[in-house]
Design a protein. Sequence first.
Length: 396
Amino acid sequence: MQYPMSDSSSYSDAFIPPDALHREEALLAPYAMRTRWSRGRRHQEVEHPYRTPYQRDRDRIVHSAAFRRLMYKTQVLVNDYGDEHRTRMTHTLEVAQISRTIARQLGLNEDLTEAIALAHDLGHPPFGHAGEYALDDCMANHGGYEHNRFGLRLVETLESRYPGFPGLNLTWEVRESMAYHSKRPESPEVKEYLVAGQPFLEAQLVDAADSLAYDCHDLDDALSAGLIELDDLNGVGFVRRAREDLRQRFGDLSREQVQPALVRTLIDWQVNDLLQQTRQNLAAHGVRSAEDIRRAPELVAGQGSEIHGLKAELEELLHREVYRHYRVARMTNKAQRVLRMLFDEFRRTPTALPPRFARRIPESGLEQTICDYVASMTDRSAQDEYLRLFHPYESV
Ligand code: MG
């Protein structure tokens, strides 16, 4: 069985497992994305007899090397803080499960939602945003670097798993969801996807879930790592309210009990508010179809104004006290130096690149190839590579 389609056509019902189609019609809201509306894959291929294309996208992402590398990529804190803080991988899993809960409540396509969530941070370089700034600097005269665009490059070109095509050959919708966050919308590889109006609702909600997840878990990690204390948070309205709510429900909780309960409360409030506000927006914009979402004058998924304000105040504190904490700043500086030195060293000595990257130089150019290699690294492999290249007694 083969899909007679490419990016420019859509799936025909005949090529989708029929029970999946029936299930979608029975369960999905009218504004949810249907598998049969997908703009399909870039390269034609035989589809699976009982997994829909979006289920298959999800599986391809989970089985990719880029996904496994998320395990050793920084979210905010690097590994020297211990074993229990979030990594890019656990952040991604939290976003996926929160997004699925919301998708099911709204009658959206859960398979598509899950695939988008699992792919949303694939393009992050080592050392989080610090690494992104460093690489963007290194690439200043060669198109720059930005993680969403690199995520697209990974799934379209750099992943190598299938004999018939480069990349993962994901459906248009998952690729579009990666493109629409890009801060370089004018670049050709991104522009191609920004043609359909607003993002579909599944993509919008993953974005909102991403934001609520990292606010809460960055707070949790910062408390656990001792970067901030619970009492530092008395001035933050969101936290004050949550602690008051907990006191009323449970009386006096111990320090150990307060922290997880606080984080749970903040997630719950935001998820409930997101559901309520999104339903209101759907009604206010008279949304009756997925096309209405595309044509809406603004994003339909979002927090209400009260929670939005409380969230902004919490984010302000995280920026001030956590992301700019002196211990985080030290690591940030070190990380940027490591990536710059790696980049410069490979530029001076391209023969030191591993063959599977060196082979790409004629097609991609030297700088883009180095960027592909360095951005694909984890924190751990970047540190190891640094030692191999610069430490006199490290084996190469
Ligand atoms: Mg994220």
